[in-house]
Design a protein. Structure first.
Length: 340
């Protein structure tokens, strides 16, 4: 008969009157969430805090979320956040998809609508792109889901834009990430002003540039908290030329060190957070457009007859990246591919 050590220990304890030793309670694991972009007292901050409370409650205190301020300059936040996660100096963060190695979402006029983006994010294409984050980071960073706190990007400035011809002789920042599209539009690229690196939109007020890229929700926040920065920013051109997509990521070693049940719980909570933030972003965009209009901002929609020309300018950019042609095609045809 084989005697197992743990059975023998319990038997000896019973015979000697000593109580068997109980397993020590599991120590809570702290998730160090690196805050890449502090959005102040906003609904986005609120749902992140709700996420933290939910993770702690559903894990019975086994997981706690601690928010860590970056301290990095605005111009270096995205790269700093990725390095913090990749090197294990932080455990989780929300960072731009491009800084996580997924640059496809920087392509202009990729999505037809938010519904189309949702289909891509939640479908096989999105799942593959999330998995690609690990490959791009040499298995140091794990991706979970894509979201957008800003949503569609627009062009704001001192002039209205209703057709591509309106861009003639206009100036934009050279490092705005729109180099290829700016060439198609005929925009003059201007070197960024180091003095306004923290808030580049302020360069419009100084007269250095005519247009700057932003998102409706970011613009509304700036209007509320830093109205002086929007001096001479009279028009919000709702070009909706691309989306500001972010990725929810974690350090791979940290995630792998968690017990199976906690990994499953955390994955579920992160995916729920992504869905909640996307819904919140869309809802806030609607209300913030009303707020901006009431505050005196002139909202300029592209005439339907001109939108085709804008989309065509985006397609011209796509052709410059033949290596992405299949992925671009699959994303743009996602609805047809899904059969819905």
């Amino acid at each position: 008969m084989r005697i197992y050590p743990h059975v023998l220990a319990i038997t000896i304890g019973l015979l000697t009157g000593a109580a068997p030793a109980l397993a020590a309670p599991q120590k809570a694991r702290t998730i160090r969430w690196f805050v890449a972009h502090d959005r102040g007292d906003t609904p986005f901050t609120a749902i992140i805090k709700d996420f933290a409370r939910s993770v702690e409650a559903k894990s019975d205190g086994a997981l706690k979320v601690e928010f860590v301020a970056s301290g990095a300059p605005e111009a270096q936040l995205d790269e700093a956040a990725f390095q913090q996660i990749a090197e294990g100096r932080a455990d989780m963060a929300q960072i731009p998809a491009w800084s996580a190695g997924v640059g496809i979402f920087e392509m202009p006029f990729l999505f037809r609508s938010y519904e189309h983006a949702e289909l891509v994010f939640e479908g096989p294409i999105g799942k593959k792109l999330v998995a690609d984050i690990a490959t791009a980071s040499k298995n140091r960073v794990r991706g979970f889901a894509f979201t957008y706190s800003g949503g569609y990007r627009i062009l704001v400035g001192r002039v209205p834009v209703r057709r591509i011809a309106d861009f003639k002789a206009l100036r934009m920042r050279k490092d705005s990430g729109l180099t290829d599209l700016m060439k198609e539009w005929g925009v003059s690229p201007i070197d960024a002003d180091p003095a306004n690196a923290e808030r580049p939109i302020a360069q419009i007020g100084s007269g250095r540039i005519d247009l700057e890229e932003t998102e409706v929700n970011r613009l509304a926040l700036t209007r509320t908290e830093h109205p002086d920065v929007l001096k001479n920013v009279e028009f919000a051109n709702l070009t909706r030329h691309r989306m500001y997509v972010t990725a929810l990521v974690a350090n791979e070693k940290f995630f792998a060190s968690l017990p199976d049940k906690l990994r499953e719980l955390l994955s579920t909570e992160i995916e729920a957070l992504a869905v909640a933030e996307r819904k919140l972003s869309i809802g806030l965009e609607r209300s913030n457009l009303e707020f901006l209009a009431k505050s005196g901002m002139k909202l300029v929609e592209l005439p339907e007859a001109e939108r085709a020309a804008f989309i065509k300018s985006g397609e011209a950019v796509h052709k410059k990246y033949p290596g992405l042609s299949v992925l671009i095609r699959d994303i743009r045809e996602a609805k047809a591919l899904s059969g819905s």
